[in-house]
Design a protein around this ligand. Structure first.
Ligand code: ADP
Ligand code: ADP
Length: 226
């Protein structure tokens, strides 16, 4: 598990556009934090800075006790789940889930065991030998989750993971993701433009608007104001 601390984190793109104005907040161990706001408000940029996929212009980012501003994405103890799943089409579900571990030179038997365990948690055991094209949208999203889980990260990052699913499946996956995060006890940052997702999944919500924090609070503080 991990805390995450953003201290005056700021992003200016090379074209001079300030996508994230100095932002400060702290995410507690095991907390599920949702970053919500309209399209273009800087959610993705903020998440990508935490992931190490986007350079930090100013400010300090810590995961646990460690300042990670210049730490490689692979060394940040994070796993990320994307909207478009980012699965390899030519690989089976088994290979897709185990892929990140293979890069880390984990012994084959250990990879196999971890993949089986993740597949059990995600109801994918019967699909391990299929390719992504032979899966439903929900199953693909589960494979993407499996790939994240086997890395055993301190921090889960989700970038609009459910936007490509229909409403019914979205409801179901919301519940599944939340249950899994609880079960693993892992800290999570979840980006969405969907207020229902924010309200139902978050321990705390950060509302972004035009690159600035508009509100921080629990779902009831944010959505049930007089
Ligand atoms: P969100 O995830 O909330 O939709 P983004 O973080 O993707 O928002 O984008 C925030 C703002 O930064 C948007 O106005 C977007 O057009 C702009 N932006 C994103 N990437 C770049 C880039 N590489 N160069 C310049 N501006 C960018
Ligand atoms: P190595 O020792 O080869 O550097 P890493 O710890 O860097 O091994 O992990 C291997 C790769 O797995 C990383 O480059 C990372 O981008 C990738 N990876 C696979 N799945 C994920 C995921 N869900 N989230 C983040 N990175 C992932």
């Amino acid at each position: 598990m991990a805390t995450v601390t953003l201290d005056q984190l700021r992003k200016v793109y090379p074209n001079g556009f300030e996508a994230v104005k100095p932002c400060s907040f702290r995410i507690e161990d095991g907390e599920f934090l949702v970053l919500v706001g309209p399209s273009g408000c800087g959610k993705s940029t903020l998440l990508r800075m935490v992931a190490g996929l986007e350079e930090i212009t100013e400010g300090e980012l810590s995961i646990g006790e460690r300042v990670v501003n210049t730490v490689d994405p692979a060394d940040r103890d994070i796993a990320m789940v994307f909207q478009n799943y980012a699965l390899y089409p030519h690989m089976t579900v088994r290979k897709n889930i185990g892929y990140g571990l293979k890069n880390r030179r984990t012994p084959a038997a250990e990879i196999a065991a971890k993949v089986e365990e993740a597949a059990r948690m995600l109801n994918l055991t019967d699909y391990l030998d299929r390719k992504p094209a032979q899966l439903s949208g929900g199953q693909r999203q589960r494979v993407a989750m499996g790939r994240a889980i086997v890395r055993d990260p301190a921090l889960f990052l989700f970038d609009e993971p459910l936007s490509n699913l229909d409403a019914k499946l979205r409801n179901q996956m919301r519940i599944e993701i939340k249950a899994l995060q609880r079960r693993l006890g892992v800290t999570a940052i979840y980006v969405t433009h969907d207020q229902v997702e924010a309200m139902t999944m978050a321990d705390r919500i950060v509302v972004l608007n035009c690159g600035r924090i508009e509100q921080i609070g629990t779902p009831s503080e944010i959505y049930h104001q007089p």
